[in-house]
Design a protein around this ligand. Structure first.
Ligand code: ATP
Length: 463
């Protein structure tokens, strides 16, 4: 729960002026991301993931889960509810303090976050209309309020959770009892969170409904600072392992005055988006604040009993908290490239390529028969689809010239393409029977491989 200002930073040199527009357009055109409720004019701050977007998002979440939970002995998972007892939000401090300062422009009626107000020669100005008639900033709580049950009164109020973390804190004792873990250990969770952001913007970057991937890593007080460093480094490795280059990542040490009062250290892991350098994830050492608050408010012990020292104490916690949607957007921005490639007639043309890490790519391999009206080619290609399907998400395409089919896959980031041609049928050289060309997206290099070797080769390259 840290609110940092959404200041406008200069866009990175890497991107051309139009590139965010191009990225948004590709996302819609190829079915990654659509505006929510589009046919009714949309809903500000809400987005739908289309057939390819949902795969990309799922690959990201699955990889996070795999590396955070399955590949470690010291972390377990959970899945908390979105609606919780209102007392949770009172105890956590969200009901009183989870707010942004908001300013109204009396001229154009715009509602703005106070940090978006421009300051010209010491005078406050509306960034929309240039008007100077602005209200004083006042706190605007970002939680969506709702009512549970049939009566809409004070007693039935609760909120859509603005972060997933609180469910982990309030279930700490239950998880500890069943997981039988010794400190340090963590609880991981992926799920939806909701914030009534004053100004959703930059495509999916600041939304009102989004997903978080959060880990609460509980430890002894003396381990906190060391684990903060450890998790910052682990999380940087994670981003590199999904294809985000280290040079586009930046670690901001959040200064004392901007840190939550209970935190002893916070890093923001930032990414160079086309619209500037912005936060992807916060890694915060939250001390024993959350568990202490819930223990006080609920009257239930949330202490840990140390078998060796026979001491009881409230564990401290380090929290790496990442946004799924922001990371998906970073993956697309990082992957988007245009290069030159020859068309069917050998003339150079601009090729749009999403250079997604094969691990993240929505479709891992496309399978093409060279011609769609040649039964044997089609049958062989469909056999290959059946062979690969148990191992990965594959796509069969027989429509159009082969070069065009490759381009369509390049644009959505499919790392491999398999083409079944007459050599596969052994028509030219019997030694080539049951071999195919395997084309790699970025280099466009082709190799001839045996069909029976395909699952092994591809699985080793997409893991
Ligand atoms: P910001 O300062 O950008 O509002 P924050 O510091 O409030 O973010 P945290 O409370 O630390 O964010 O939340 C952890 C992560 O959840 C963020 O790093 C981000 O990836 C994601 N997140 C937070 N708010 C949003 C949002 N409105 N839309 C999309 N993702 C979000």
């Amino acid at each position: 729960m840290s609110k940092s200002p959404d200041t406008q930073r200069p866009p990175s040199q890497r991107y051309g002026a139009a590139s965010m527009e191009k990225i948004v357009s590709l996302c819609k055109r190829r079915g990654f991301i659509f505006q929510s409720s589009e046919i009714y004019g949309g809903l500000n701050g809400a987005w739908d993931y289309g057939p390819l977007g949902v795969e990309l998002k799922r690959n990201l979440k699955n990889y996070w889960w795999r590396t955070m939970v399955h590949e470690r002995d010291d972390i377990v998972g959970m899945d908390g509810s979105i609606l919780m007892n209102r007392l949770v939000w009172k105890a956590s401090g969200h009901e009183d303090t989870f707010s942004d300062p908001m300013v109204d422009c009396r001229s154009c009626k715009a509602r703005l976050r106070a940090d978006q107000i421009t300051n010209k020669k010491g005078e406050r100005q509306c960034p929309n209309c240039g008007g100077k008639d602005l209200t004083e900033p006042r706190a605007f709580n970002l939680m969506f309020k709702t009512y549970v049950g049939a009566t809409e009164d004070e007693s039935s109020i609760t909120y859509l959770r603005p972060e997933t973390a609180q469910a982990i804190f309030v279930q700490f004792k239950n998880v500890l009892d069943v997981a039988r873990k010794k400190l340090p250990f963590g609880v991981a969770q992926i799920g939806k969170a909701f914030r009534n952001e004053i100004n959703p913007r930059n495509f999916t970057f600041r939304s009102r409904e989004f997903e978080q991937m959060e880990l609460e890593y509980f430890c002894r007080p003396e381990q906190g600072m060391e684990l903060l460093e450890y998790w910052k480094d682990e999380r940087l490795k994670f981003y590199e392992n999904i294809g985000i280059s280290r040079e586009n990542l930046h670690v901001l040490t959040v200064p004392d005055e901007e840190r939550a009062f209970y935190s002893k250290g916070t890093y923001d892991i930032e990414y160079e988006f086309p619209f500037g350098r912005q936060e992807l994830e916060g890694v915060a050492y939250r001390t024993d604040y959350d568990l202490t608050q819930h223990q006080k408010a609920s009257g239930k012990s949330l202490e840990y009993f140390d078998e060796e020292t026979k001491q009881k104490f409230i564990p401290h916690v380090v929290e790496p908290s990442a946004g799924v949607d922001r990371t998906v957007l970073a993956l697309i921005c990082e992957a988007y490239t245009e290069d030159e490639a020859p068309d069917e007639k050998g003339k150079m043309e601009t090729r749009t390529v999403l250079r997604l890490h094969p691990r993240m790519a929505p479709i891992k391999c496309a399978v093409f028969p060279l011609l769609k009206n040649k039964e044997e080619l089609v049958a062989k290609a469909k056999e290959i689809v059946d062979l690969l399907r148990p191992h990965m998400f594959v796509f069969y395409d027989e429509g159009g010239a082969i070069g065009r089919r490759y381009r369509r896959q390049d644009e959505i980031g499919t790392p491999f393409g398999v083409t079944v041609d007459f050599e596969t049928l052994g028509e030219k050289d019997d030694r080539l029977r049951d071999t195919v060309t395997l084309r790699e997206r970025d280099s466009m290099k082709q190799e001839r491989v045996k069909i029976s070797d395909l699952p092994g080769i591809l699985v080793s390259r997409i893991l």
